[in-house]
Every structure is written in C-alpha cells, then in structure tokens.
Design a protein around this ligand. Structure first.
Ligand SMILES: [Zn+2]
Length: 267
C-alpha cells in the first residue's frame, strides 16, 4: 500500500440540538429517560492527492423552516481543517435526508457520490407517506436531481471503491439507500457510519434510532459496520456528541467543533 492510500479524517459539527431526550433516540424506551443532545456533522477525508467531503449538512433555509440553527455552513467548518470547499472535487452523500443534503452551492467543483437506491427512495412511491417523507425536504432532493442534469452525480449499486483506501458500502435500514464510508488511516480502517448509527449506544445496545425505513436492515447494518471497521473504536457514529469528547480538537479555535478521527480515541 502506498503512502497515498492513508488519509486524515475529521468530523466537523455544524449544529447541535440540546433539548433532545433519550426516548427520542431509541426505538425501545427504557426507564432512564433524560437529556440526550444530538450533534450534526459533516466529515472530511484528506489524502495527499485527493480530498473527499462526506455529506452537505442542512441549509440555512431548511434550518429556519424547521426551527433549527445552522451554527456554521459546511464551507465555514471545513476551513477549520484546512479544506476549501470550492476546491473539493468529491462529495459522498450518505443519504438524502434534509440534514445531509443541503448546500450544493458551496461545492461548485464537486462530483456527488450517491446510491441508486437513495435516489429511487427520495423520488419514488415511498415519499407518498408523510411518516417517511418528513425527514426529507424538497430542495435537497431537487438539488441532487439538478446535479444529475449537470452531469455531476456518480451512482453506485452496493459497495464500491472510490479511490485506494476510500470505499462506500450500502447499508439501507435508516433510508433505502443509506451508504457508509470506510477510510484507510494510520490507525487502520475507520468507518464513518453517518445515520447507519446515530449514537454509539444505538449499536452497543442493539436499539436502533427510531427514524427507520427497515429495522432488520438497520440491525444488519450495525453488524456490517462493525465488520468493515478494524474495531468498535474505529466506528464513528453520525450524530453523537461523545465523538467530540473522545477525539482531539484540531486546534484551540476548533474546540467543540472539529475533531481528528484518524488518531486513537480516549475512551
Ligand atoms: Zn438521516
């Protein structure tokens, strides 16, 4: 394996909802309810020759419509880890939920990498149902359709290697076409689980997050995520504030915002 195949990986928080409760984050509710805040992230995979961004965050417009606060746009957050969004050539979109697929305009030179099944899900018959549609917003979905017509979307049907050391893996479960990303780093194979596992505890307890298309696929997805990673400590859940406690901030300026994931966590 050449040195080009080893990447640095960063999580960048762009929003947090503090008032969320534990019962909001699991299908099976136990007696120990209490506050359980949720973070919103994008991720950066930085190699010697190529940089990948994972997910697009939510837009300021969609945040306002839903009473959320966009603390910093992905482009602003990426600056903290030395990435200029305008130069990014590859954005992996794990799925098209509203909080993962806004802000196309900040990546004018990117290609977008998406699963076939996610586009089918977000634009097809399942969106007849408000219970499934409510986690999408029309502009992020239309934005991806627009990029298809701009010739800037690469589709996958299952697992695929995007570059030596960077691969996508179809999970489904949370949505029909959710994909996770595996990255080769100096500490081994790290998996960015995105919404394949919102919190560490969803996987550890086998108790899925309640926003789900197919529960069986989500549980099988937890197993697949573990099998793709070098250890449980190499799995990065998609919305867990504990990620910011376990991994070091990239700088004092980025404290509480951007952490480095290609170093061992302090658990
Ligand atoms: Zn989601």
């Amino acid at each position: 394996m050449s040195g080009n195949d080893v990447y640095e990986v960063y999580a960048i928080r762009y929003a947090t909802v503090s008032e969320r409760q534990r019962k909001d984050n699991f299908i099976f509710v136990d007696a120990h309810d209490g506050p359980m805040p949720i973070d919103f992230y994008v991720w950066a995979i930085v190699g010697k020759d190529r940089t990948f961004v994972v997910d697009l965050g939510f837009s300021a417009e969609d945040a306002e419509a839903r009473g959320r606060v966009l603390e910093r746009s992905p482009a602003e957050g990426l600056k903290l880890v030395g990435v200029d969004a305008g130069d990014v050539k590859d954005v992996i979109v794990t799925h098209l939920h509203w909080d993962h697929a806004g802000n196309y305009h900040e990546f004018p030179n990117a290609r977008f990498h998406l699963q076939d099944r996610e586009m089918a899900y977000a634009t097809g018959r399942h969106m007849q149902h408000d219970a499934l549609r409510r986690f999408f917003a029309v502009e992020p979905v239309v934005g991806m359709v627009r990029e298809v017509y701009n010739g800037r979307v690469d589709f996958y049907d299952g697992d695929a290697e995007l570059a030596p050391g960077v691969s996508v893996h179809l999970i489904g479960g949370h949505t029909m076409g959710l994909q996770v990303v595996r990255v080769n780093t100096r500490r081994g194979q790290v998996v960015l689980a995105s919404d394949g596992a919102h919190f560490y505890d969803n996987m550890l307890d086998g108790n899925p997050f309640p926003v789900v298309f197919n529960v069986a696929d989500m549980l099988a997805g937890h197993k697949k995520i573990y099998s793709l990673a070098d250890s449980a400590n190499h799995v990065i859940p998609g919305h867990d504030p504990q990620v910011r406690a376990f991994y070091p901030a990239v700088s004092s300026e980025a404290e509480g915002i951007a952490v480095r994931l290609d170093v061992d966590p302090t658990l």
